[in-house]
Write a protein that binds this ligand. Structure first.
Ligand code: GRF
Length: 203
């Protein structure tokens, strides 16, 4: 019997990456088990999707807390209750504090819709088109306090077409994201990729 890592997914929106991780983790030999989905937005579409997949869900609405420390303490309490060992950020739109990130160092992944270190931050597809890149893609990385800067676990690329719009490019990248995140989570959950030195890629 394989020991599956108890994994939480943090979302803020539609949760298509979340759904891909839940689907991948249904395979009996997948080394992670999705035990909890947390959203900072009570109306996130992904919450209903996770619930209908039979996963425990909770909304931790950042707006009702006095500040980030209280918000994160509430999330941490839920992560503790569910004995979570790994966290996957999947379209989670709150910046996490250095103490929270440090606590989960090497055990928290994020997916970003660009080939990091290129195009950190938001609006990556439009910026990639504006820059005229011919290759674009997505990255799964360990989370470090500096945004979109942690050591890279895996990347997947797409070719950029001359007639691409941010929307057409996003549609091809998101398909890659779904496959990549499941592969990356499997590698980390199985202990085949670990964070050793924590040296972040230079931009
Ligand atoms: C994805 O493009 C992901 O890379 C980024 O936010 C988006 C979330 O989409 N961090 P979804 O909620 O997983 O559909």
């Amino acid at each position: 019997m394989i020991l599956r890592k108890r994994t939480a997914i943090l979302i803020s929106g539609r949760g298509s990456n979340m759904a891909a991780l839940i689907a991948a983790a249904r395979a009996p030999d997948f080394p992670a088990e999705i035990v909890l989905v947390l959203s900072n937005k009570p109306d996130a579409e992904g919450l209903a999707r996770a619930e209908s997949a039979g996963i425990a869900v909770a909304a931790v609405d950042h707006k009702i807390y006095a500040g980030r420390d209280e918000f994160e303490a509430s999330m941490q309490a839920l992560l503790d209750i569910h004995r979570v060992e790994l966290i996957c950020l999947a379209g989670f739109m709150r910046v996490l504090s250095p103490p929270f990130v440090t606590r989960w160092r090497g055990r928290m992944l994020n997916i970003h819709p660009s080939l990091l270190p290129a195009f950190r931050g938001l609006d990556t597809h439009r910026r990639a088109l504006d820059a005229g890149v011919k290759i674009h893609g997505c990255t799964v990385h360990f989370v470090e306090p500096e945004l979109d800067s942690g050591p890279i676990v895996a990347q997947s690329f797409v070719s950029v077409c001359d007639d691409d719009t941010p929307e057409t490019l996003a549609a091809r990248v998101i398909e890659k994201e779904h496959a990549l995140y499941a592969e990356a989570l499997a590698l980390v959950a199985a202990g085949r990729i670990t964070l050793e030195s924590g040296v972040a890629p230079k931009s």
